[in-house]
Write a protein that binds this ligand. Structure first.
Ligand code: ADP
Ligand code: MG
Length: 491
């Protein structure tokens, strides 16, 4: 036994004992070296409630609060942890892990990660790059996070992506202007910024200006008010690549359209690249005809709503990018139910991560289903929207149906398949038959057999009866949906 442990015990109960304090300091020093090397989110996720449990004879034992941390740490952080530990104390030769659930939320034994490593003050323009345009002018920034490489390509955006690649290779070439259109959250901004970044990578000196049509409009208004046209023109007409996002907002703004028209012409004549996005194709934007005809000189490509495979690929990409650990079945569930656009897809993923960070709950199909429900005021309306009661893809068994119905209505399994015709038992039995018919790939005869050797006409009548009642009985509808939801989300 280590005498230091017993010696320090009696004082303030919450104060860590001397060796614990020493180990905490050691761990903080190591974390200080780890933190800058990984992204914020995984750092907080995977290092919260961890601790150095011991450090003897060159072996550092790291305590993890949950079993599921183990493989993740071994796979992703062991060598980094060892490297950082060695930097601090060259004696340390190996890192081993020990799962200790007592570490969870135990501030005596762990450090308050967020206190020692607070959220960095909103760094000025995180991950963005300023581009000097001469005469002290600086462009709106590109977000380096958006690249053409991390844009997931599917049939709905292949052409747009290819056009962006071509432009990146040869700005001011064949595809000028490049016009990308499509609905909200489908990746237009990502593509535009990714193209800007790609050009910049190959030509670090290039002046690339990314802006939105709203910003441009404001600048025109300001220029007009203070009579500072010269400045505006210097800014916009000297770039190598002009990127204007969401051009639709200049509809109806004559002065802005006019200024843009001249800017466009100047750049175009000098073979500078122009990239534009909008929510609709040029002809539907109600812009001046002369602008439309300019846009149509170049390349027009749309981005559409991603299909299931692409949604799943996008989720997989984001998960890898953020170094998250989320089960594939959860990703599949999200991909299946969040169908409208990519921004929503990302949003749900982030919610899942938040849930995990706040409550240390691993995202499951069930928790995602809850999030989807919570996101809408009327959970049933949202179910319709996200299609969350669609028949599940994974096979449900007869036993599942029986168990869920029996537990929902507190009717025993024997009663479910028994002969009683008491209403409290009959209705759940009929519901179970209905659900079996709806969700299992079995015929009426087989269902009859499973329900205590009943005739297939009995099953048929039961199914018909429930179907009929569901038309008018909202209470029953909710009950059946609740059971379906259970069946679906807990599979
Ligand atoms: P839009 O400008 O069309 O409204 P965004 O470009 O802002 O849409 O996209 C919304 C979010 O979805 C962004 O975070 C973007 O990175 C992501 N996104 C959209 N499409 C894709 C894709 N094909 N691959 C990867 N991420 C995508
Ligand atoms: Mg956008």
């Amino acid at each position: 036994m280590n005498p230091a442990v017993t010696a320090s015990a009696p004082s303030a109960p919450s104060a860590p004992s001397a060796p614990t304090a020493r180990l905490q300091e050691l761990w903080i020093e190591i974390l200080r070296r780890i933190e800058p090397q990984i992204q914020r989110m995984p750092f907080v996720t995977w290092f919260r409630d961890t601790a150095a449990l011991s450090c003897d004879q060159g072996t550092l034992v790291v305590g993890l609060p949950l079993p599921m941390f183990l493989s993740w740490h071994i796979e992703h952080y062991r060598s980094l942890t060892l490297q950082c530990a060695k930097e601090f104390d060259p004696q340390i030769q190996q890192v081993v892990y020990k799962v200790d659930v007592g570490l969870k939320d135990n501030r005596d034994r762990t450090i308050d990660l967020l206190e020692y490593f607070p959220e960095p003050k909103r760094r000025k323009l995180p991950g963005r790059q300023e581009v000097k345009l001469g005469e002290g002018l600086v462009s709106k920034m590109l977000n380096l996070h958006y690249t053409l490489e991390n844009f997931v390509v599917g049939s709905m955006n292949r052409l747009a992506h290819a056009a962006c690649m071509a432009v990146a290779m040869q700005p001011g070439g064949k595809y000028n202007p490049l016009f990308i259109y499509g609905g909200v959250g489908l990746g237009k901004t990502h593509l535009l910024q990714g193209t800007g970044n790609a050009v910049l990578k190959q030509r670090p000196q290039a002046a690339i200006l990314y802006t939105t049509s709203e910003v441009f409009t404001n600048e025109v208004v300001e220029a007009h008010r203070h009579n500072r046209w010269e400045q505006l023109r210097n800014r916009y007409r000297r770039v190598d690549v002009l990127i204007i996002d969401d051009i639709q907002f200049i509809a109806g703004k004559e002065r802005t359209q006019e200024e843009f028209f001249h800017t466009f012409n100047t750049l175009y004549e000098e073979r500078k690249q122009i990239i534009i996005s909008a929510d609709h194709p040029p002809r539907e934007l109600q812009l001046e005809a002369r602008l439309n005809s300019r846009f149509e000189r170049g390349m027009i490509a749309d981005v559409g709503v991603p299909d299931y495979e692409t949604r799943l690929a996008i989720l997989t990409e984001k998960v890898a990018e953020y170094q998250l650990f989320i089960d594939r079945s959860v990703l599949e569930f999200i991909a299946e139910h969040v169908t409208r656009n990519v921004r929503e897809l990302e949003g749900i993923l982030m919610q899942a991560v938040a849930l995990y960070e706040l409550e240390q709950r691993m995202p499951t199909v069930k928790s995602i289903a809850e999030i989807l429900c919570r996101l809408s005021k009327d959970p049933y309306a949202e179910e319709e929207k996200v299609g969350f009661l669609l028949p599940p893809k994974r096979a449900i068994t007869f036993q599942d149906v029986l168990e869920k119905v029996s537990s929902y209505y507190s009717v025993s399994l024997q009663e479910m398949t028994g002969q009683s015709r008491v209403r409290q038992i009959l209705i759940p039995r009929q519901i179970a038959m209905y659900l079996a018919r709806k969700h299992l790939d079995v015929g009426l005869t087989r269902i009859g057999e499973l329900f205590g050797n009943r005739d297939h006409t009995t099953v048929m009548n039961a199914v018909a009866k429930i179907e009929e009642r569901l038309q008018n009985d909202h209470l029953l509808l909710r009950e059946v949906r609740a059971v379906e939801q259970e069946l679906w989300v807990t599979k």
